[in-house]
Ligand binder design. Structure first.
Ligand code: GRF
Length: 214
């Protein structure tokens, strides 16, 4: 069975969705550890309650990004994962780190990339007046919120949406597509070629889900 390490910085609801999928027998992975760069991340307690090993590596204790990244890689490698899953991990990772885990580092981003990289995606979607928003799971490359797309889910933007209502609609889909993407990886079905992802046995293309409105 494939081993994964999950990196978080906060509440960890995507991590929780992965744990729930594993517990329900829908995600054939061993969650070797959950690592947070913030000692106060709420998700740490959730992981510990689920019987998963947790570790904290506080970025504040490091002089710079490279030193932190190197220590993080050392910690991760101690768990010998096949896949590293960024789930609300709010630190930018340097090029050396990203290259080290090339093809086995996934991220989830709350927008339909390449639209709205970075922070405050829901606010930006509302400000731009887009009618469709969503979320993306992608392999990580050195450019921020960039990389081969594994799966996306689209949701409508409704006239009376606030940042909060839109975020909640997107988050519900994040919890669907992240376990799906990790499952495909665990089943050995993700093929990366020329910057594009193919899902073996899924019609040859990375999938997109269109979620209904509320
Ligand atoms: C999610 O919206 C994720 O896409 C983004 O940060 C948020 C983390 O939420 N990268 P959680 O910690 O998984 O609840």
């Amino acid at each position: 069975m494939k081993r994964i390490v999950i990196l978080i910085s906060g509440r960890g609801s995507n991590m929780e969705a992965l744990i729930a999928a594993r517990n329900a027998g829908r995600l054939p992975v061993e969650i070797a550890a959950v690592i947070s760069n913030r000692p106060d991340a709420g998700g740490l307690e959730t992981a510990a309650r689920a019987g998963i090993a947790t570790a904290v590596l506080d970025h504040k204790g490091f002089a710079g990004r490279e030193a932190f990244d190197a220590a993080l890689a050392g910690l991760i490698d101690g768990y010998a994962p096949d896949l590293v899953v960024l789930a609300g991990f709010m630190r930018i990772l340097g090029e050396a780190f990203v290259r080290r885990y090339e093809g086995r580092l996934l991220n989830i981003h709350p927008s339909l990339l390449p639209a709205f990289p970075g922070l405050h995606t829901h606010q930006k979607a509302l400000a731009e007046g887009v009618r469709v928003h969503g979320c993306t799971v992608h392999f990580v490359t050195p450019a921020l919120d960039h990389g081969p797309v594994v799966i996306q889910a689209a949701v409508p933007v409704l006239d009376d949406d606030s940042e909060e209502t839109l975020a909640a609609r997107v988050l519900a889909q994040e919890h669907v597509i992240y376990p799906q993407a990790v499952r495909w990886f665990a089943e050995g079905r993700l093929q990366l070629a020329a910057g594009r992802v193919r899902v073996a046995g899924a019609g040859g293309g990375a999938a997109a889900l269109i979620a209904p409105g509320d």
